[in-house]
Design a protein around this ligand. Sequence first.
Ligand SMILES: [Zn+2]
Ligand SMILES: [Zn+2]
Length: 474
Amino acid sequence: MACSSGTCQSGCYKEEYSVNDENKTQKLVKANCEGSNGVSARGGVANGHGLCIKCKVNETIAATHPDVTGRGGGDSLRFCTDCFRSNLFGKFKFAVTSNGMITPSDNVLVAFSGGTSSRVALQFVHEMQFRAQKNFDASRDRSLPVFGVGVAYIDESTVLSNDSDRAIDEMNLIVSSLAPPAKHFHVVPTENIYSVDSTARRDRLSELLNAVSDTTGKEDLLVQLRMLALQKIALENGYTKLVLGTCTSRIACHVLEATVKGQGFSLAADIQYVDARWETPVVLPLRDCLTEELKMLCSLDSLKSVEAFQQPRSGINGLISSFVNILREENPSRESTIVRTAGKLTPFCFNRIPEVGNDNSHLASQRRQKKYNLKPNESLPPKSFCLVCNSPLKKPDDTNLDEFYNGKTSAQIYMVACSSCQYQILPKEPSSLEFFYSRLPQSMTALAKDNLNNQKLLRNQIQDCLLSDSDDGT
Ligand SMILES: [Zn+2]
Ligand SMILES: [Zn+2]
């Protein structure tokens, strides 16, 4: 049932895992509810003893762990614990190797929020590092170095006014238990994105967020600031990749959110395995894993997560989260369907690990990309990115051209923001907009200046070719 086509984006390379199977699992779940205990296997092949359909030896999770049954999108009825675990790790490993996400010379930073997804990402990265270390110790020539791993938590207590001390202690325990090899744990408050003293930082951050009146806009801005904070840690500590625990379910929500917010043009940029528009490339090795699977792994392996301070999502994002939850309950494969559908959009050129010199690991990743038919994108990099959300912008909007040449700051800010941020985040009134701009961290405004200069150049070039009013016959 595995999808043998090299272009399949769903990661269903494993013989026993295929998204399409979920429909059948649904029927299995129903059959089970009706009282027939010895669940049948896929495709109508009877499996009267509750045995794992992969190894056909061990009992299924549903039989051995009745307490976690119902999670994992029906996997508990098909697999034993070992096969389920190796399937999930297999999906992670495949995403990592086929996209060249982690190479021996890398130093990766795992973003850890305390939630289930990032907990699994951390666990899997650790297991990969642990295996690499064992191979290194066993090899005679010790030619392949072992990649380094660090962990980062962005403390948002200034923004969300909660007390995160206990959560941080718990996370510290989790990180220190994942050794050897030892991992450095960075706990950094969001306001670290400013390079002023610590009280001024907090004030600036509060003022910035208070300037945004829309609930959804505020939440989206906070996500952006979190990324800036992570990027700063990576840059200051020599990390070469940033690993996020973003899973299929989260991406499915993002697809619908972006659709509602009118971010169709830039959507393809956000949902790929690799996002290298940031200084430290961001990678999503759990892109093919469902949140229910990750939750089930955490239950089975007693992986502790720290959910105490996980905020419920609000505004449009909150509505879509509950909508996707309903879809999932009705049919667990819906989330994968949404992501696969959006996966048809053409990615941007920065959605792959950038080429660095004549690195062997890069050649290896190129070979793998060829093997799995992941076409490198030949399109040109976008001219500019949104000041706020860093999404690629379509060609500059000409309506503000006159104001641009008059040098109005508010008009200039609008020009370097995407239409979604213009509507959802930027204050409408010019003076509040300028205040908002003045409270943005330098790392954002510096980029905006570059963008503006690029656009100015482009406009000058266009201007030279334009017909004057009298020439165009109107
Ligand atoms: Zn098995
Ligand atoms: Zn934007």
